[in-house]
Design a protein around this ligand. Structure first.
Ligand SMILES: CC(C)(COP(=O)(O)OP(=O)(O)OC[C@H]1O[C@@H](n2cnc3c(N)ncnc32)[C@H](O)[C@@H]1O)[C@@H](O)C(=O)NCCC(=O)NCCS
Ligand SMILES: Nc1ncnc2c1ncn2[C@@H]1O[C@H](COP(=O)(O)OP(=O)(O)OP(=O)(O)O)[C@@H](O)[C@H]1O
Length: 291
């Protein structure tokens, strides 16, 4: 007689593992996507003196444990202050773990925030979601609950938000990631439908977000003139047909020139591209209507 030994698997741990793997992969896919204007990619460090592809990849790998913990603690929980406190603590510990790996360089702060909230929301739903909106709405609810333990520290993003009176990373999450829902995901699906290859479609998605996002990375380095110039130039690439066309690629070169002249980098859009790729993998139904 044979006995089959059965090891019970824990659905919460299974989902947490899957979400952590996907979130880390989304960060790796974003940084490896080439060409990107002003950002670290496979060609160069763009407009960054303290970042490199190796550093970004090491940082992405270091965040797997944070995403796993965020998902595990959120499994089938309701959005409330208790959970907000827990994920705030894990998110800040993740920022610290990232800083330890990068020796103090900010590689992925905005990404921990955006992908962390999305991973948490997906786990709150117990992995049961059909559309990206289901996940972004839960993330928005969590982002809107104040964290009483949040330290009142200085940040360039907060400073730019207040100085120019524009929404930053926090507000983007509290509003349910409109840049992803209205720009990144629809553009990704549209470009694929129009025959762009996967890399071209992903760059188009990045450009679509760059054309409207009030990116505090850009504002703190270049002010409103640089932000407007970047938004305009990104939108011209898409107007010309996007990265799958010769005209689009010519406009992309012009955009890249603007980024390097102003020494600016769309870090916020890059974070939201990672989040777009994560959601696209979790909920592959297109947001656009092909008709
Ligand atoms: C909200 C965060 C990102 C801090 O934002 P703040 O603007 O104050 O700081 P900072 O300039 O250091 O980082 C902003 C980051 O967001 C990205 N970003 C910039 N502009 C935008 C924008 N308009 N939309 C989205 N992301 C943006 C940038 O890439 C940048 O890395 C976050 O670090 C935070 O508050 N964390 C606390 C931990 C927590 O509660 N975590 C819970 C979920 S994991
Ligand atoms: N491929 C990428 N290349 C560069 N930045 C990226 C990339 N992907 C995401 N980012 C985001 O951009 C942010 C870095 O922006 P930025 O360099 O403006 O931050 P900083 O270090 O606070 O400012 P500064 O470099 O002006 O001193 C990171 O926190 C990260 O979230």
């Amino acid at each position: 007689m044979f006995f089959i030994s059965r090891i019970d698997t824990d659905p919460a741990m299974d989902l947490a593992e899957q979400l952590a793997k996907r979130a880390t992969q989304a960060l790796l896919d974003e940084v490896n996507l080439t060409p990107k204007p002003g950002l670290v990619d496979q060609r160069s460090s763009g407009a960054h003196h303290d970042l490199s592809l190796d550093l970004m990849e090491a940082s992405a790998h270091s965040l797997s444990a944070t995403f796993y913990e965020l998902a595990l603690v959120s499994w089938q929980r309701q959005a409330d202050v208790a959970l907000r406190l827990e994920i705030g603590k894990i998110g800040r510990a993740g920022e610290q773990a990232m800083m330890n790996v990068t020796h103090g360089v900010n590689t992925h702060r905005g990404a921990i925030w955006a992908l962390g909230l999305l991973v948490s929301s997906a786990a709150m739903l117990g992995g049961e979601y059909e559309r990206a909106l289901n996940i972004t709405q839960g993330a928005a609810t969590m982002a809107s609950i104040g964290d009483p333990m949040q330290p009142q520290s200085f940040s360039k993003g907060k400073c730019a938000s207040q100085r120019y009176r524009i929404p930053g990373a926090k507000e983007q999450a509290q509003l349910g990631f409109p840049a992803i829902i209205n720009r990144g995901l629809p553009q990704l699906h549209l470009s694929r439908q129009h025959g762009a290859n996967e890399s071209q479609a992903r760059v188009d998605a990045l450009l679509s977000m760059m054309s409207s996002l009030t990116d505090t990375c850009v504002l703190s380095r270049g002010g409103t003139d640089a932000l407007s110039a970047m938004q305009r130039a990104a939108s011209l690439v898409l107007d010309a047909g996007g990265m799958a066309t010769i005209h689009g690629q010519t406009r992309f070169d012009q955009l890249e020139q603007i980024m390097l002249t102003h020494y600016i980098s769309p870090g916020g859009s890059a974070d939201l591209l990672s989040a777009t790729l994560l959601l696209d993998g979790l909920t592959p139904t297109p947001l656009t209507n092909p008709n």
